[in-house]
Design a protein around this ligand. Structure first.
Ligand code: NAD
Length: 270
């Protein structure tokens, strides 16, 4: 059976940990060549080594890239096109949640700016250079390749609902990702370039668990989760695979929620 991403090439940002790591493994297992982007290049290299062992039929290249620097994203996209011949999938997933991000009165401007630089400008630039690369994609029916491509941007459940445990810059940045992605989807729909956001619920990844470092902090959240548990990164990767693959060929501009029902919840089951 050919994989769901056979012959495609993908960039995954934040590929060294959490959602990015699981998505890189899943995309490779489905036949995609993957460019693994992370500011922590050692982590990305470990993922590339894992892919080389598990899925020797695809290529995985790790590259040190800070998504908050436009030139570095451009270089990463250029590298993917040079090495793989084209770019079919861009997963703009890297993001930060700064420990000093707080409510309106406590959040310093430099924390706000850093969060926006990575979480918003990083997604803008990743989308921008993906568009330029995907415009060059010619249909290749024999290899199952179409024109255009699929861009998936990681937002968050906090873009949809407010929390009384604030991280104002992070929440605002993820709202921007949702709004930006919808507009990108409309502007580029006729070019065959699809844009969707994925909205994870709270997950058991370092990003959240480093922050929720006491049972009390975790319990404050768990009571609001309909399924009574945090999500797993691989559960988001499976959503990203659907949006990246041709299975979602008529899906663009969505806020795709993989949140265990959190954003539909008023009262949780006892
Ligand atoms: P993670 O911390 O496990 O992994 C993030 C990866 O991104 C790390 O490898 C890190 O080195 C990399 N990274 C950070 N800044 C970067 C930069 N400037 N350039 C390139 N790489 C960079 O986090 P995760 O939980 O997998 O989160 C991935 C995405 O999912 C983020 O956008 C996050 O906001 C979002 N998200 C996470 C949760 C959650 O509960 N974990 C919930 C909703 C949304």
């Amino acid at each position: 059976m050919p994989g769901r991403l056979q012959n495609k090439s993908a960039i995954i940002t934040g590929a060294g940990s959490g959602i990015g790591l699981e998505t890189s493994l899943l995309f490779a297992s489905e036949g995609a060549n993957v460019l693994l982007v992370d500011v922590n290049v050692k982590a990305a290299e470990s993922v590339a080594a894992l892919i080389a062992t598990r899925y020797p039929n695809v290529r995985a290249i790790a590259v040190k890239t800070d998504v908050g620097v436009e030139k570095e994203i451009k270089d990463a996209v250029d590298l993917a096109v040079k090495e793989f011949g084209r770019l079919d999938i861009m997963f703009n997933n890297a993001g930060i949640m700064h420990p000093k991000d707080d409510h309106a009165l406590n959040t310093e401007e430099k924390i706000w700016d850093l969060t926006m630089q990575i979480n918003v400008k990083g997604v803008w630039w990743g989308s921008k250079y993906a568009i330029l690369a995907m415009r060059e994609n010619k249909p290749d029916p024999e290899r199952g390749l179409t024109q255009g491509g699929s861009v998936v941007n990681t937002a968050s459940f906090v873009a949809i609902m407010g929390a009384a445990t604030p991280q104002l810059a992070y929440t605002a940045s993820k709202g921007a990702v949702l709004a930006m992605t919808r507009e990108l989807a409309m502007v580029h729909a006729r070019e065959g370039i699809r844009f969707n956001s994925i909205c994870p619920g709270p997950l058991k990844t370092p990003l959240l668990m480093d922050f929720l470092n006491t049972a009390e902090k975790r319990d404050r959240r768990l009571v609001h989760l309909p399924m009574g548990r945090f999500g797993e990164a691989v559960e988001i990767a499976k959503g990203a695979l659907f949006l990246a693959s041709d299975d979602s060929s008529y899906v663009t501009g969505t806020d795709f929620k993989v949140d265990g029902g959190l954003t539909s919840c008023y009262v949780t089951p006892i």
